[in-house]
Design a protein. Sequence first.
Length: 115
Amino acid sequence: MSDTIFGKIIRKEIPAQILFESEDVLAFKDINAQAPVHFLVIPKIAIPKVSDIQGSEHAELLGKLFDAANKIAEEMGIKESGYRVVINCGSDGGQEVPHLHLHVLGGRKLNWPPG
Ligand code: 5GP
């Protein structure tokens, strides 16, 4: 289990607006939303970042993360309008919390390219 702010959220040591929870996956609203819909989907195991993913080991878990993201997006009413799934990796990628997480953003037209 990761010793990050997300580890604390998984262990319910700090509160979060949880949208989905399973044995392997947790999803909750981002505390600093950048769009009308902005939530995070994380594995419960501690994978620090994208570059630590091993396809042979984590493929099923990654599928579960995307299943959760899509299910919640539908529940939040952004399936038809669309949304963006972002994974920041490392310092230049803008990652602040070293626990793998999908950002799911929607509810407004998002700009491209990102900064
Ligand atoms: P990163 O920059 O690592 O890709 O994204 C980390 C995200 O976690 C940020 O969007 C930030 O707002 C969010 N975040 C950081 N601390 C907390 C927290 O304590 N609770 C929640 N719900 N989100 C957090």
